[in-house]
Design a protein around this ligand. Structure first.
Ligand code: ZN
Length: 946
């Protein structure tokens, strides 16, 4: 009791301190001048911004401050239902399947449904978008505005279209719940943690009983009550003339009437609680014990956010969470880890707009639930009692500053979606809309002003023992005894009452460059160079390694790196299979050279660099990305991962223990079993594709892992490296000579051992099996394979086939039959596989409709093989692919994809691509479909619920 009084006293002191800060920081923020905003007489808000990073493209949005929280009990699920109906008939786009519908019209101009044309409904907001619109003619922008206009006020909501959509939503519900214990658990938890408030039952998916049966007018009532100008904003960002766009918006949207006596838009409160609310939820398919501890506080009202103080508070809270997360990660890496993982963050409380929370998330080992919670709580409480060290704060500040500086350097490379999301945040959540210049200036100011004392004081405000809610999601299984609610309350209270010793960390004694210098006595060299295809330069190094470089300015402050060689785990006998699964993490969790993982992380504070080694079946690689100022660090890390993987038995023991705990309930979710079964059936139980189980874990040998890893990275001459980005030519050459040309080489010329690579079994058959599931479901996967010529033309034909099938499935199985939320279709063309082409069709459905729907899935492919795809589908795909090419061709990722195809497959996937797209004929796609069917290589794997 005494302890708590001291706490209160401190609270008062801090309030006085905080008042001073309020006085200083309450000055309002200047809105980003590049965004034109305004409000029409009817109350509608608009945002317009010019951005030509992607020339000729623009995004059109309508955002609404409404969502499922506003539904009456008899309307549960209708806010989301309404969102679907926006695509099924409006005043100016009355059709759906017909040419006059929104979806077909958008697709004729290359705006793809589900990718560029989409919407979402959440508890407090509903947002629709038409994105990456090619503004080829004036009329296109007008039509997009007309669609937004129709969404705002002119939906048709016809009886028969409503009836058709019921099945789609029901299947969306099934897809979202089936195999996803967490969504069921959340739904169960809400009535308890929000008891007595509107949030008790508010998730957008709603009630299926209502979705299946509601009277039409319940939907129309919601639409007319809540879709109205004072709660709506139009957002247009892209290659547009702002003045002209503003005129168009004013003219079109001013005509929308604002209803008289409109219902007030209420934001519903959340109760406070004295005693900790503890809610334990269990589900048979939940694999881990996951705990969320929330310490609630009132959210800042929207009208108090547009000032310096608000951003400064956010900055401080961010630093506190960052430093706590570092300490929690360090705890996780112990030989006997107290928990699987633990993190903190600040955000809204669960899903509510009116309450925020500091939250601690702990993934516990199921035999150590209480002790895991206690350790994690101890880390948080220790920081509240003693604050942080100066070195910790310095690192956290560097991280934030570095992040914002890099964002500023890349300010001209921002895609439309980034600007849109800032406008959305402003309209929907009252977040300040400031320029990148101002944002960086403020971060620099905070970086200078904010002291350790202020941070430590803020930490005491953020972390409290008041107003707490703990939600636990646990497996439902025999023999698992979970703590009681009271036990949880008691141990957490005890952990909060305990006095902790202050945290201490060893100061760093060296940096990477200094450490590495003695190991590189002499630089290597570039022995020859020549221009290569697609604007790359090929450098041959003195150790035999080849490097391909391309300087680009698509991203002002980014360089991407990848080096790769044939070999992989195919080099080792089956006896080594258990060692393969931990190969990656055993290396990365052990640190590098002389430094353990924690030291290494500290050394990299304030740097934007990411390097990751990986050993696959056929090859091994090191890949990464970096900001320009950290180029040397990237190369130092690459050199170290090649030459000095570290042996760390503590880290390894910790990894084994966490993996063992993870594997305990690996198969809780039926999805995991399903994926295991697909692999086993398609590859004939190939030993290298068997699932990793606890028994396998006991056979893993750490020394052997290190041996394999060192062997994989012993011959630099076998590697090719690709470096793309806005690097400095001279610096790059020096770094290449110092850190890549000095890597050891054995000149063995190793190749992948194909005898050890799994192949698909031959045959044309289906396997069906049953399994108990919490939500009844049919999981269906159909895999076709065939040998086709390995050419860019075949690749494109497969791409077209995939897309025409998707359109056909959306029309038939989703829209006509209301049988599924979606059918996914994907293809793969791999030079070295035999057969080399695969087509994979997958969907979920009501198990009672499997017999009815499944033949339709096959029929669509047969139909295309017999009659060819519809000309209209071909045209839609062409428009989309040409547009997508223009978007892709200005990214480093695209050129990486192109160069690796050149290097590994000797194939040019870029030159003439758009011509090839335009010239693609229905007959070519039809022949590809025939080829796939004629191969008679098909495996269907279906899992039905019992
Ligand atoms: Zn939906």
């Amino acid at each position: 009791m005494k302890f708590k009084m001291i706490k209160k006293l401190k609270t008062i002191v801090t309030c006085v301190l905080l008042l001073c800060v309020v006085g200083l920081g309450a000055q309002p923020l200047k809105q980003d001048a590049a965004v034109r905003t305004g409000k029409l007489k009817n109350g509608m808000t608009y945002y317009i911004r010019h951005n030509a990073k992607e020339p000729g493209l623009a995004d059109f949005y309508i955002a609404q401050r409404v969502g499922s929280i506003l539904e009456e009990p008899r309307q549960r699920g209708l806010a989301h239902f309404l969102e679907h109906m926006a695509f099924n008939g409006t005043k100016h786009f009355p059709g759906k399947g017909k040419q006059l519908g929104i979806v077909p019209w958008c697709e004729t101009i290359g705006v793809k449904f589900g990718v560029n044309l989409n919407a979402y409904t959440s508890i407090d907001q509903t947002v629709y978008n038409i994105s990456a619109v090619p503004l080829k003619r004036e009329g296109i922008a007008d039509s997009c505005l007309l669609i937004l206009n129709d969404w705002s006020h002119y939906l048709l909501l016809e009886d028969k279209e409503i009836d058709k959509e019921r099945g789609v939503i029901h299947e969306e519900w099934r897809t979202r719940r089936a195999g996803k214990a967490i969504s069921r658990l959340m739904e169960q938890a809400m009535p308890k943690i929000y008891q007595g408030t509107k949030y008790e039952d508010c998730l957008p998916i709603g009630s299926m009983d209502i979705v299946d049966n509601f009277p039409y007018n319940d939907l129309r009532d919601y639409y007319h009550k809540w879709y109205r100008p004072d709660l709506q904003a139009i957002i247009v960002v892209g290659d547009v003339d702002v003045d002209k766009m503003e005129k168009k918006i004013k003219k079109l949207f001013s005509a929308i009437p604002m209803p008289k006596n409109a219902a007030p838009r209420e934001y519903f409160p959340v109760n406070d609680n004295d005693t900790m609310i503890v809610d334990i939820e269990r589900d048979k398919e939940q694999p881990v014990v996951l705990c969320h501890l929330y310490q609630k506080r009132d959210a800042t009202p929207d009208n108090e956010k547009n000032n310096v103080k608000y951003l400064r508070d956010e900055y401080v809270d961010w630093l506190v969470c960052m430093m706590l997360n570092e300490r929690l990660t360090e705890k996780k890496l112990k030989a006997v880890p107290p928990f699987q993982s633990a993190t903190v963050h600040t955000s809204s409380f669960f899903v509510s707009r009116t309450k925020d929370a500091f939250s601690l998330t702990v993934s516990c080992q199921e035999d150590k639930v209480l002790s895991g919670l206690v350790v994690a709580m101890g880390v948080v409480e220790q920081a509240r009692q003693h604050g942080f060290m100066a070195s910790e704060l310095e690192r956290a500040k560097l991280l934030k500053l570095n992040h914002d500086e890099r964002k500023w350097r890349e300010r001209d490379d921002r895609r439309n979606s980034k600007y849109v999301s800032a406008c959305l945040q402003n309209f929907l959540a009252g977040e300040p809309l400031i320029s990148i210049d101002d944002q960086l200036a403020l971060t620099r100011q905070f970086d200078k002003e904010v002291t350790l004392e202020e941070i430590n004081e803020a930490c005491k405000q953020l972390i409290t023992d008041k107003n707490q809610v703990l939600v636990m999601y646990a497996p439902e299984k025999e023999g698992l005894v979970l703590p009681t609610e009271q036990q949880i309350r008691d141990v957490l209270q005890a952990a909060q009452d305990l006095q902790y010793a202050p945290h201490y960390e060893q100061p760093l004694t060296t940096d990477l460059a200094t450490y590495l210098a003695p190991f590189i006595p002499q630089k290597g060299s570039i022995v020859s160079e020549r221009p290569y295809k697609h604007g790359f330069t090929e450098l041959t190094l003195s150790n035999g390694m080849k490097v391909y470089t391309k300087k680009t300015d698509y991203s002002a402050d980014a360089v991407m790196f990848k080096m790769k060689a044939e070999g992989g785990t195919s080099q080792y006998p089956d006896a080594d299979i258990p060692n393969f699964s931990l190969l990656g993490s055993a290396i990365t969790e052990a640190g590098l050279g002389n430094f353990d993982a924690t030291e290494l992380r500290r050394m990299l504070a304030g740097k934007s660099v990411r390097v990751q080694p990986s050993v696959g079946t056929r090859s091994q690689s090191i890949s990464g990305g970096v900001a320009l100022k950290d180029m040397p660090t990237l190369f130092q890390l690459v050199h170290l991962y090649f030459t000095q993987p570290r042996r760390d038995t503590t880290a390894y023991q910790g990894l084994v223990n966490r993996t063992r705990a993870f594997l305990t309930n690996r198969n809780a979710s039926p999805k995991v079993d399903y994926n295991d079964s697909i692999r086993a059936i398609v590859y004939g139980h190939h030993p290298r594709l068997e699932p990793f189980k606890q028994e396998t874990l006991e056979k893993v040998n750490y020394d052997r892992i290190l041996e394999i890893y060192r062997d994989r990275f012993s011959d630099a001459s076998n590697f090719e490296a690709v470096i793309i980005g806005n690097y400095d030519e001279q610096q790059l050459r020096e770094l290449v000579c110092e850190y890549l040309a000095t890597l050891p080489s054995t000149h063995k010329g190793e190749k992948t051992n194909w005898a050890n690579v799994a192949k698909m079994v031959k045959g044309d058959f289906a396997r069906t099996f049953k399994k108990k599931m919490a939500t009844p479901l049919a999981n269906v996967s159909i895999i076709y394979a065939a040998d086709v010529p390995f050419t860019p033309q075949s690749d494109l034909e497969l791409d077209f086939l995939t897309r025409v099938l998707k359109i056909a499935y959306t029309d038939s199985i989703r829209e006509e039959k209301g049988g599924t939320y979606g059918v996914s279709v994907a293809f793969d063309l791999d030079k070295d596989d035999s057969p080399n082409a695969t087509l994979r069709i997958a969907y979920n459905a009501d198990p009672n409709r499997y017999e009815e729907l499944n033949p339709l899935v096959y029929e669509q492919l047969q139909h295309i093989a017999k009659n060819g795809p519809a000309a209209s589908s071909m045209q839609k795909i062409k428009e989309y692919l040409v547009k997508q090419y223009q978007q892709n061709a200005i990214t480093n990722d695209y050129w990486s994809y192109i160069i690796w195809h050149e290097l590994e497959d000797d194939a040019d996937f870029d030159t003439g691509y758009c011509d090839m797209v335009r010239q693609m004929t229905s007959e070519q796609v039809q022949r590809m479909a025939q080829r796939i069917l004629d191969a008679h290589q098909r495996i269907e794997v279906t899992m039905l619920s019992e």
